[in-house]
Design a protein around this ligand. Sequence first.
Ligand code: HEM
Length: 512
Amino acid sequence: LQRACSHFIINSSHVTASSYLVLLALAAIAVQLNLSLVRKYLFYRRARALGCGTVAVYPHKDPILGLDSFSEGLRAFNSHRLLDMYAKRFASCGTTHYTNTLGSWVLMTNEVENVKTILTRIDDWPIAGPRQLAVLAVLGPDSIFTSNGAAWHKARVMMRPAFVRDQVADLACFDRHIANLLAAIPADDGKTFDMQALLLDMTMDASTDFLMGYSTNTLTTAPSPEALQFVQDFEYASRESAKKSRLGQVLFMLPHRELTEAVRRLREYVRFYIKKTAAEAETKEKERGYVFLDELLKANPPEDYAVDQILSILIAGRDTTASAITAAFYFLARHPAAVERLRCEVCAPDLDDHPTWEQLKRLKYLNNVIKEALRLFSPVSTNSRAASKETVLPRGGGPSGKQPILVPKGTPVRWSVHGLHRNKEIYGPDADEFRPERWESDLRVGWEYLPFSGGPRICLGQQFALTQIAYTLFKFFRAFRAIEARDSGPLLAQTNLTASFPYGCLVSVTRA
Ligand code: HEM
């Protein structure tokens, strides 16, 4: 470039104003290139001084924009095999490597130590990028799900009381909705139906009931048109904002009229119940002891803030819980011996149809089935953060990948929970198999098992979800003695905000 500039100067007999501008631009590029080389050199020196190694890079055919990797990713996403693609890349490129995604470098890692560091040092690794964009349009910047630092802390403190043991141990909240689920299952034994669709209805009904004290009641014969519109808008907004977030920061800003309209209606629906709850605070006869909104309103938050947090919990808890229960049914429908063991446990003579929370917790096989389903099909199957400053991760450097690495400020990092959960070094050679019995052995896992994540931002609704899953399975297997898979083919995952079964979970059942 410098040689070209001198050639230009020496050989130009008629240098015009526009030629000067070209010259200036070339000089600016040269300075920029030099600066970036200097910055790179200084970065490598700092990395060496800290004992950090270099990180593997995906072998791009297009290292400028990474279009090769992007189109492979898009194909994998559309065929619901994105998680398998990540697994193959971790195997071939290394458990920590960089890939270029539309011009920006993303650090991919599947190293337990790295994930632990990221999840525990939350100020160095805030939520940013696609993970944040995916819900920003619906929730705004102050929600527990999109915020960091003080705003996140405030939201977390405000919501924590809703999930203390007394609240999640109140099975009454789930009773009615599980009964509606069982009633919605086709009366004829052997008839094929989609279990996932019913479970999505049930978790929406239970979540809205728990959060606002007014259920959408979609599993009943007469849900209101407003409730049905709310569910439709919720699903549309989740899908469209996840789609938008994949386009990156700039394209994310493009207007999307239908999405804006759906979000407006969603927020209006929640606002209606906030107003109703506030107006009825003194007079309403309570159906249940605890409603999240009653407690939230005691802190007197601005209305929009309350809407943000209600929708956050709905986004966090509805599809995830539905996917987790669907996964349990998916695997049980393929493992009749596990169903038999489970039925023996839930039909034990000392239990009736109304167990206590403590009794549910003591059902070992039931809880192992849930653990195993969450291992093999984690509703939050990948996760991401971005470095708020230049920082070190403990693994991924050097030829062995065991040295620490220095990560530049702003670098997005993504890890695959799905990959961690299928690590053969931890779970054994049958890591891909559904075998609840593995949890009866001396298998001890910490950061290698993260369906609910870990660290200060660990899932707030973990116990709420586990209770709902356990209670649903308990009630189902007391009422039905068999469940059979009515679809075949490999296990696929639709990977939006939450992983789900792209073609539903087709089963038939036999009453007890
Ligand atoms: C099986 C069901 C569920 C799974 C697998 C699950 C998983 C997760 C995961 C992995 C995170 C961390 C997200 C991140 O770090 O980016 C999370 C966060 C969260 N979850 Fe869950 N979740 C489930 C159900 C629920 C339920 C039922 C609720 C509430 C009713 C809930 C409320 C939350 C909240 C509020 C957060 C944000 C916590 C924070 O950032 O401080 N989750 N969940």
